[in-house]
Write a protein that binds this ligand. Structure first.
Ligand SMILES: [Zn+2]
Length: 417
């Protein structure tokens, strides 16, 4: 399994060379004017070549580093596919704008819809993996079990592609759940762990309009970064054209990311460029992440939930230990208020004291974290004849029983990033 992962890294080199050459050609020419049939397209402004071994963890939602983007540069990522009905539409929308993205595919989805993975490759997008079964327990399962999830996911996508070289050594953990041992393993395999810089909550029960609003608002708040979306979601299909149109209108540029190899050098960068907010621009960086200046009106009456029971750990992401130590914080400290929650209907802001928030954490409604569907459907996911996107999302039922426990409790299937 380790050998397979390493082989994936090695074989990617040849594709990367080709991509690199294409990139060298297209980087200079890819603009709206060069998108055939779409003179007003957003386009892809440049190709960024990154070395996963030099920067094994990226995405400021959890890590100290993120991609070395310039102001108003955006990297689009799509998770959980492929699911033909919606993923094909995402591909069409991206093609219409000549936009290249990175897709984090699930192994079981690749097994069910191998042609969908090949379409990603044929369209020139970068393809990473997102485990085999999308378990929402990567932060607490054994490292050996996590390795199996990672390796199986890679193997399934390679099989679907029929071409190991087309798979990038990029990995995103389901729910962005992290653990030191798992991250060490990923790094040892030359796999780059992608968190994100901002979300659009497109896996939740929100409207397409809300997805659009969140994507733009959060991007405007940061000025650049990695946007995490889901190509399996109909609301994302509905929101994406407007998002891309608005990105262009506001002067944002799309960056396509490919991995460096022995033959393809990484784009030259300086260390500060890998920090979304370089120290020179952030006087009080030692105080980041800040404690949110809100708590919840009902916080005092509810017990603190188990951190293992919520997709977003009750509003906290599992920050990496190095970042935590660097910031003088303990693991699990709340992130800045702009991420990752939707502003309505939860959490509500209130003037209560910060101390209260630290003592009694709120228990958000389960509906915030889960998408309702029939339990029976959960046992039929991955079926090619499925008529519902959510039915095709593996939950890790077979791997750790976490999803099964949740479903048994309230008849819901957990849905996550
Ligand atoms: Zn996911």
């Amino acid at each position: 399994m380790i050998g397979n992962a390493l082989a994936g890294v090695r074989t990617w080199q040849w594709t990367a060379i080709c991509l690199g050459l294409v990139g060298c050609i297209t980087v200079q020419t890819a603009s709206a004017a060069d998108c055939p049939g779409h003179p007003d397209a957003l386009g892809t402004s440049r190709t960024l070549v990154v070395d996963p071994r030099e920067h094994p963890r990226i995405g400021t939602m959890q890590y100290a580093e993120t991609l070395p983007l310039e102001d108003h540069e955006v990297v689009l990522t799509f998770d959980d596919g492929p699911l033909p009905r919606n993923s094909n539409q995402i591909l069409d929308i991206l093609a219409s704008q000549c936009v290249k993205a990175t897709f984090f595919t699930i192994g079981r989805m690749a097994q069910a819809y191998p042609e969908g993975v090949r379409k990603l490759r044929d369209a020139g997008h970068s393809i990473g993996t997102h485990t085999q079964n999308h378990p929402l327990s990567m932060d607490r399962m054994s490292v050996e079990r996590a390795k199996q999830e990672i390796d199986d996911g890679i193997a399934s996508v390679k099989t679907a592609l029929g071409d190991d070289a087309a798979l990038a050594p990029f990995f995103r953990s389901p729910g962005l759940l992290r653990a030191d041992g798992v991250e060490d393993y990923l790094a040892s395999q030359g796999l780059q762990i992608w968190s994100a810089d901002f979300l659009a909550d497109d896996w939740r029960h929100v409207s397409a309009s809300r997805v659009y609003d969140l994507a733009i608002q959060r991007l405007e708040g940061k000025g650049r970064g990695i946007l995490l979306l889901h190509d399996i979601q109909a609301r994302t299909v509905a929101a994406l054209p407007r998002i891309l149109h608005e990105l262009k209108a506001r002067g944002y540029r799309i960056v396509h990311v490919v991995p460096a190899t022995s033959e393809l050098s990484a784009t030259p960068t300086e260390p500060p460029q890998w920090q979304l907010h370089p120290p020179s621009e952030t006087v009080a960086i030692s105080h980041w992440p800040k404690i949110p200046n809100f708590v919840y009106a009902d916080a005092g009456t509810l017990p603190a939930p188990s951190l293992s029971d919520l997709d977003w750990h009750d509003g906290k992401l599992p920050l990496s230990e190095p970042l935590d130590r660097a910031k003088g914080l303990v693991r699990g400290v709340p992130l800045p208020r702009e991420a990752p929650w939707p502003r309505q209907p939860w959490p509500r802001q209130s003037p209560l004291a910060l101390e209260s928030a630290a003592i009694a954490l709120p228990v958000p409604a389960q509906s915030i974290f889960e998408i309702q569907e029939k339990r029976r459907a959960a046992t039929q996911r991955i079926a090619p004849s499925s008529h519902h996107a959510e039915q095709t999302i593996p939950t890790g039922r077979e791997t750790d029983g976490v999803a099964t426990q949740t479903e048994a409790r309230d008849g819901l299937v957990r849905h996550d990033l």
